[in-house]
Design a binder for this molecule. Structure first.
Ligand code: HPA
Ligand code: ZN
Length: 340
């Protein structure tokens, strides 16, 4: 193993862009299908993995939603979340902000309460057993109506203390940020932090990123790599100090490029880029693999790798004291690793 790889693997990290439903590994999917008496269209884990051959966002989303059919009970959501947090902990992730997609479950007849209680139980258990801290971000599905998003927001209010922010995911084509202007304004009034996906190489990518700034007022941008095509847009993102949660292996799966050189350019310009796994069970890499792939493809220096991870701690939605404490653990690690 190279020194750089070892340095990355042992580094205390944060993850800000991971969909909990996208962490459903084929083995667990089979177990849950068996437990719930659901027939899957695959005979084996290998066959399922071989079917994960995406060339764009819609082809990924088809597999992603199909996979959720095995998640029925609170116990299932708990098992899913426990598996992710255990894996993240094994990669020295100290803190994770996880997206979940309630509409993808309530439209299948699963109660909002079932979904969030299962996830919450796993978060509490992982924190006390492993020490890994996590928070939840509720995503609205942008290919559903704004009314449906408003309904999901309403359903979330009894669990307000369990959700730190709201986001927007699913198919971006024809579903611009502005479609959700009213529901995001309402979410802000309820005290939620705001982020949105601006997926890579979409039609109207830069226009959508501009809307997240001018019409929505996001505090972070998920993906957002295409901002680099517009200097003014980059300047505005930097002026506001917004972080971008980039997901290189995901980008590679749906666009054919890790966008590693773009990440390096963001760092060189002073943009607050971070590296994340998105849907690791489908794209085949957790946060360590994403950082290693990016470092190798863009020949990042150790300082640049540290900058990516420091950006994630700094852009996290934790209280300031907790943020400082986690950042301190990164600094101690870097100090102890100097010359190693
Ligand atoms: N983009 C859009 N929708 C998604 C993603 C993503 O990266 N992951 C899960 N749903
Ligand atoms: Zn995503």
């Amino acid at each position: 193993m190279t020194d750089m790889r070892r340095f990355i693997e042992r580094m205390p990290k944060a993850e800000l862009h991971v969909h909990v439903e996208g962490t459903l590994e084929p083995e667990l999917k089979f177990d849950l299908a068996r437990r719930n008496g659901i027939e899957l269209p695959y005979r084996s884990v290998e066959e399922m993995r071989a079917g994960y051959d995406f060339d764009d966002l819609p082809s990924f989303l088809e597999a992603y939603y199909e996979g959720m059919s095995v998640l029925l009970t609170e116990q299932d959501f708990c098992a899913l979340t426990t598996a992710y947090l255990t894996k993240a902990h094994s990669q020295n992730v100290l803190y994770a902000e996880m997206f979940f997609d309630p509409q993808a479950h309530t439209t299948r007849g699963i109660a909002y309460d079932t979904v969030i209680r299962g996830i919450r139980r796993a978060q509490e258990d992982a924190r006390s057993r492993l020490g890994i801290r996590s928070q939840l971000i509720m995503c609205f599905l942008r290919d559903m109506s704004a009314d449906s998003a408003a309904e999901a927001l309403e359903q979330s209010l009894p669990y307000r203390e369990w959700i730190v922010g709201v986001g927007l995911d699913s198919d971006e084509k024809g579903n611009p940020p502005i479609k959700f202007k009213a529901v995001f304004a309402r979410a802000r009034a309820e005290g939620f932090r705001l982020t949105m996906h601006c997926d890579v190489d979409q039609k109207n990518s830069t226009r959508h990123i501009r809307q997240t700034l001018d019409d929505i007022g996001v505090e972070r941008i998920d993906h957002g790599v295409n901002a680099l095509e517009d200097e003014e847009l980059c300047n505005e993102i930097m002026r506001r100090g917004l972080a971008l949660t980039v997901c290189p292996i995901s980008n590679d799966c749906v666009t054919g490029s890790l966008k590693a050189l773009e990440i390096r350019r963001m760092l060189e310009m002073g943009m607050r880029a971070t590296v994340n796994s998105d849907d690791p069970a489908y794209f085949g890499g957790y946060v360590n693999e994403n950082l290693v792939a990016t470092q190798e493809a863009a020949d990042l220096s150790r300082d640049q790798v540290v900058r990516l991870v420091a950006n994630a701690f700094e852009a996290s939605w934790l209280p300031a004291d907790e943020k400082r404490a986690l950042r301190g653990r990164l600094d101690s690690y870097v100090e102890s690793a100097v010359g190693a």
